[in-house]
Design a protein. Structure first.
Length: 129
């Protein structure tokens, strides 16, 4: 499923999905099952939903939220907020100054080349000052 310039909201339920944001600000929700969400230009908000999800913020300042399941969140460029859910998650800020927040479970949080990364509720932390 791909967003264009409008409408900015993508939501899908009950099956494996690949959701691709458009050039603007997108709001994506993977729903149930194991999904992959890909941001693009603009400020994107992504929610994985239930299942083991993978989310990629791309450009701009994005917010990625894990949920039930073991999720992998990649901020890429920009000042991103990555927030794990109740299970074991992996959060990777990458470029830019990022805010990494693990949840319950054993969470691995990795910063990137930015000097202003922060990490909270992470059991394993790398590249965060």
């Amino acid at each position: 499923m791909v967003a264009g310039q409008r409408p900015p909201r993508l939501r899908h339920e009950s099956r494996r999905d690949d959701l691709f944001g458009g050039g603007g600000n997108d709001d994506m929700d993977g729903g149930d099952d194991h999904d992959r969400l890909f941001g693009n230009g603009g400020r994107d908000i992504m929610r994985g939903g239930k299942g083991n999800d993978r989310m990629f913020g791309k450009e701009s300042d994005d917010e990625l939220f894990g949920d039930e399941g073991e999720d992998s969140l990649f901020g890429e460029s920009g000042h991103d907020g990555l927030f794990g859910g109740p299970d074991n998650d992996r959060l990777f800020g990458q470029e830019g100054d990022d805010d990494l927040g693990g949840g319950a479970g054993f969470d691995s949080c990795g910063g990137g080349i930015g000097n202003g990364d922060t990490a909270t509720n992470c059991e394993q932390i790398t590249n965060v000052p």
